[in-house]
Design a protein around this ligand. Structure first.
Ligand code: FAD
Ligand code: DHB
Length: 407
């Protein structure tokens, strides 16, 4: 088999890259270890930044999102029993977010690729990269009982945190920066109408809670839990009790309950691989970086990476100029570190720290009061939450990677 760009992974990054390349007349083949039904039903993120939603619409894969997605122009920060609204639209010249499940984005992208005659091979196994430091890389894999080879000019490693791409770069040619948080999230999907029109991020002495949604009939909820928590530690009654406690207000907020459709525990980590290129292999999305989920950035960052990559590949294939590809890693990393900071800041603002005491509590409340009363502070939250413009990174002119590694 032969193609211009071999894409490993049919998550949001791999599928969006294949779609953007197709619009530029560039061929790709997507290889995915899971089955189509699995990737189309995997419940993960749900918040699309303003520009992510706009990209889906502008490139012809946004019709269902525009119909079924929920546009929010604000969010609630809840602490000390009171909710205060951050007016995202007023603070960002009319920008907002769209609540639309990641698996719905994946379904729409798969449908568009297949309708356009694009090739996605599901259920592949034994994926291996060879020759990525040459101009003729090869991806070897097994599919339907046969060992196959995909010859390409470029490989895009979009295979998530547990994929093979990152590990195919020699250890001496990459470095990682990592941070583990002392807590995890228990995520719950409930067949219940949302209890509020917008997302509620709640800081509480028992820990963080988040009220989100997927549709007018389905609520998505999260609870901060200790690391090492098993989903089975949380029977239904315990989940609702804890959510009622952490989301309570002084003026009688009522949380609507319903059958729990799904629940699971996700650890929280920050992780960045630098650089995101080795020879003809380019990493994108979770294959290169993970952010803690507070702030809902993982999916959006993956989409920003592949926008940069599609643009650089288009210039390279059309005009033979490789400067965009040379700058790809630094361009992505500037945005990644900005988002890493924002997600970590939001996490610290809202979670109960491991060493919680009166002092840490007072600082958190002071910061929450500031963010919800000062236009300057609220704007900082709002512009990051709805997503900085794609060209934001070009405003920074200092190199992102220190020449002398931080010891
Ligand atoms: P992925 O979506 O991980 O896609 C990678 C694809 O590659 C997968 O389909 C995988 O099956 C495939 N693959 C793996 N190995 C191989 C291989 N060897 N060969 C071929 N294919 C392979 N973000 C938020 O903002 N909010 C959330 O609430 C949130 N919840 C999350 C919950 C969980 C359990 C996880 C894991 C992530 C969550 N995220 C969340 C993060 C967000 O979902 C990711 O940032 C996003 O999925 C990144 O997209 P991606 O395409 O880079 O990677
Ligand atoms: C959702 C996830 C997030 O991480 C977040 O900050 C907001 C919403 C969600 O799954 O709906």
């Amino acid at each position: 088999m032969r193609t211009q760009v071999g894409i490993i992974g049919a998550g949001p990054a791999g599928l969006m890259l294949a779609h953007l390349l197709h619009l530029e007349g560039i061929d790709s083949v997507v290889l995915e270890t899971r089955g189509r039904a699995y990737v189309e039903s995997r419940v993960r993120a749900g918040v699309l930044e303003h520009d992510t939603a706009q990209l889906l619409a502008d490139t012809g894969v946004g019709a269902r999102m525009r119909r079924e997605g929920l546009v929010h122009t604000g969010l609630e920060l809840r602490f000390e029993g009171v909710s205060r609204r951050i007016d995202l639209a007023a603070l960002t010249s009319g920008r907002g977010i769209t609540v639309y499940g990641q698996q719905e984005v994946v379904k729409d992208l798969i449908a568009a690729r297949l309708a356009a005659g694009g090739e996605i091979l599901f259920d592949v196994t034994d994926v291996e990269l060879a020759g990525i430091d040459s101009d003729a890389p090869v991806i070897r894999f097994a599919h339907e009982g046969t060992i196959r080879e995909l010859n390409c000019l470029v490989v895009a490693g979009c295979d998530g945190f547990h994929g093979v791409s990152r590990g195919s770069i020699p250890a001496s040619a990459r470095r990682t920066v990592e941070h583990t948080y002392p807590f995890s999230w228990l995520g719950v999907l409930a067949q219940a109408a949302p209890s509020a029109h917008e997302l509620i991020y709640a800081q509480h002495e028992r820990g963080f809670a988040l009220h989100s949604m997927r549709s007018p009939e389905v609520t998505r909820l999260y609870l901060q839990v200790p690391n090492g928590t098993e989903s089975s530690d949380w029977p239904t009654a315990r989940i609702w009790d804890e959510l009622h406690t952490r989301l309570a207000t002084n003026d009688g907020f009522t949380l609507k309950e319903g059958p729990i459709l799904e629940q699971g525990v996700t650890p929280m980590r920050s992780f960045v691989t630098e650089p995101m290129r080795y020879g003809q292999l380019f990493l994108a999305g979770d294959a290169a970086h993970i952010v803690p989920p507070t702030g809902a950035k993982g999916l959006n960052l993956a989409i920003a990476d592949v926008r940069f990559l599609a643009e650089a590949l288009t210039t390279w294939f059309r005009q033979g100029r490789g400067t965009g590809l040379d700058e790809y890693s630094a361009r992505c990393l500037r945005r990644i570190w900005r988002v890493q900071h924002f997600s970590s800041w939001m996490t610290g603002l809202l979670h109960r720290p491991a060493d919680a005491d009166e002092f840490s509590h007072r600082l958190q409340v002071a910061q929450l009061e500031y963010v919800t009363t000062s236009t300057a502070a609220a704007t900082t939250l709002a512009e990051n939450y709805v997503g900085l413009p794609l060209d934001w990174s070009s405003r920074v002119d200092t190199p992102v990677t220190p020449t002398v590694p931080f010891a």
